[in-house]
Design a protein around this ligand. Structure first.
Ligand SMILES: Cc1cc2nc3c(=O)[nH]c(=O)nc-3n(C[C@H](O)[C@H](O)[C@H](O)COP(=O)(O)OP(=O)(O)OC[C@H]3O[C@@H](n4cnc5c(N)ncnc54)[C@H](O)[C@@H]3O)c2cc1C
Ligand code: SF4
Length: 506
């Protein structure tokens, strides 16, 4: 064999650089389902299933195109369960002259493949991942010499470099973002009828995978009952069309809003398809821009959506590869508490957390503000060790791949990197959740109270967080107001908050 081409579970791109120069006469593709990927964090069943199903669909497509695929299925009795063992087996069996791999999505996997290739003395060629709009080298150039990285500078560069939503050197509409118009809540009347995202009922391949996951991982968190994710490029494209037609117009306005029983609202629900590389981010961006140009969606929505993909997604990837593996050890706030066990069950009397965790366990999904300002915020205020928070997020979402999950958790949500990525910790009291959702209606706690029997744990912990970190943030330019408000509290107030916290964290 000349080349053995490695295709990982999140590299299901039909135009992958890995396939370039492939000669069916002397090359082959290697794909492996390995138990280790489902267990190195305690993965949600839907997360395991979406990877396996999308991989099996991709395997069949590759074979139909004439590629030879050596596929190690999870239930193959010879499968020893890790990339290292399976790749070593393939290298011994096929003796390729070279191993080809596109940049993977996780540092740990890159090390495993590198080391295995070295042990077997097989040269490894790593090709750039063309799926992304910003190469890792371009990101390094952007980051060089900057003490802190900020999305806004990177995003403007990307807009200028790609010409997306640009009029010459100026942004379309005369502004780089429309955040001020985009932070609406639904008010008391609620969202009304929100168009449901397109659903993809399991086909025969997916049904087989669902059965396999239930059998192999019966005690893993989450449910497969509602599994209806896109698992092929065709389905991903349909999901995109559906989003553009029905939800993009209101995406911007309600990006930050939350509502009981509404996991998706106006969000695209495309992250898993994009991360598995079933959907090209350029196509998603172009269709959104077309919708603006055709007058179907307003600029505030289209720019907001473009910023998530062209800005955040690319920026997050750059941060991950610039700072790994040290990034994993960051813990700027010296947080050390364990993750509350209710994160795995949803069994808590805090209605917001019950709702978001319950939905996460049911679908493997929560939208951005639910992740940042409900589950993430609570862990941040409580002082949970960032590694435990990271392992939870990597486990429970169908779109979780470490390059995107880790900087979102450490940088955006937990401030574990000390402000390398976010200009301030995203902290708020229960009053924020009351404003942006209906979770507080009917909750046994009162978001306006920091002390006493009905004190909202978010509100108590918000003040407690400020007290614990008062010195650190005293001169912080973006937390000044919050620290000044803290200083209005009397000693008695502070003591009562500490006492309430002690009860909460007993
Ligand atoms: C603590 C935390 C953990 C997260 N973990 C993940 C993760 O494991 N995988 C993941 O893909 N996203 C993650 N995100 C980002 C974001 O929450 C999800 O991408 C989004 O909720 C997916 O839903 P959607 O497809 O409906 O996105 P939309 O809101 O419709 O956004 C459109 C697309 O933009 C991209 N995007 C949006 N926000 C981000 C972001 N902050 N970083 C990178 N891409 C973004 C996604 O590809 C998404 O599909 C995390 C955010 C937080 C705060
Ligand atoms: S009162 Fe507090 S705990 Fe209850 S739903 Fe509101 S924010 Fe969450």
């Amino acid at each position: 064999m000349r080349n053995l081409v490695v295709v990982l579970g999140d590299q299901l791109d039909r135009r992958s650089a890995a396939l370039e120069g492939f000669d069916p006469a002397c090359d082959a593709i290697w794909m492996a389902e390995v138990t280790e990927e489902a267990t190195h964090v305690w993965s949600h069943k839907a997360r395991i299933a979406i990877f396996l199903s999308a991989m099996r669909h991709h395997r069949d497509w590759l074979r139909a195109q004439g590629y030879t695929v050596h596929y190690h299925a999870l239930d193959d009795p010879a499968n020893e369960g890790s990339f290292r063992t399976e790749l070593a087996r393939a290298l011994r069996q096929h003796q390729p002259q070279k191993l080809i791999l596109v940049e993977p999505g996780e540092w740990r996997v890159l090390q495993a493949i590198r080391e295995t290739a070295q042990q077997h003395q097989v040269p490894l060629e790593i090709r750039a991942d063309r799926h992304f709009l910003c190469s890792l080298e371009d990101f390094q150039r952007h980051a060089e010499g900057r003490k802190n990285l900020r999305l806004e500078f990177f995003y403007r560069e990307m807009r200028q470099r790609t010409g997306i939503l640009m009029n010459g050197r100026q942004p379309v509409g005369g502004a780089w973002n429309f955040d001020a118009q985009n932070r609406q809540s639904f008010g008391k009347q609620g969202p009304g009828l929100v168009p449901r995202p397109l659903s993809f009922p399991p086909d025969a391949i997916t049904r087989e995978v669902l059965e396999l996951v239930e059998r192999k991982f019966p005690h893993h968190p989450g449910s497969l009952r509602d599994f209806d994710w896109a698992v092929t490029p065709e389905q991903a494209e349909q999901a995109l069309e559906d989003f553009i037609a029905h939800r993009l117009p209101l995406f911007g306005a309600y990006q930050d809003a939350m509502w009981t029983g509404e996991p998706y609202l106006y969000h695209s629900r495309l992250s898993s398809a994009i991360n598995l590389k079933l959907l090209d981010p350029r196509v998603a961006i172009q269709k959104a821009v077309d919708a603006y140009q055709q007058g179907h969606a307003p600029l505030q929505s289209v720019e907001g959506f473009v910023r998530q993909i062209l800005g955040w997604r690319e920026y997050i990837r750059g941060v991950y590869w610039r700072y790994m593996p040290e990034y994993l050890d960051f813990n700027a706030l010296e947080a050390d508490r364990p993750l509350p066990t209710f994160y795995w069950t949803g069994e808590t009397d805090m209605r917001c957390l019950r709702e978001v965790i319950g939905q996460t366990l049911r679908y493997g999904f929560a939208h951005h503000i639910q992740r940042l300002m409900v589950t993430g915020l609570y862990a941040l205020l409580l002082g949970v060790h960032p590694r435990a928070v990271h392992e939870w997020y990597l486990a429970v979402y169908v779109d979780a791949v470490e390059w995107v999950e880790l900087p979102n958790v450490y940088g955006m949500s937990q401030y574990a990197d000390g402000g390398l990525m976010a200009s301030k910790p995203y902290i708020a009291s229960g009053k924020y959740l009351q404003r942006m959702s209906n979770y507080c209606d009917g909750c046994r706690y009162d978001p306006t109270q920091a002390t006493g029997e009905r004190a909202c744990p978010f509100t108590t912990l918000y003040w407690d967080f400020l007290m614990r970190h008062e010195k650190r943030f005293a001169d912080h330019p973006r937390l000044g107001q919050q620290v000044r408000n803290l200083r209005r509290l009397s000693e008695a107030d502070r003591k009562a908050i500490r006492q309430r916290r002690a009860i909460l964290t007993k």
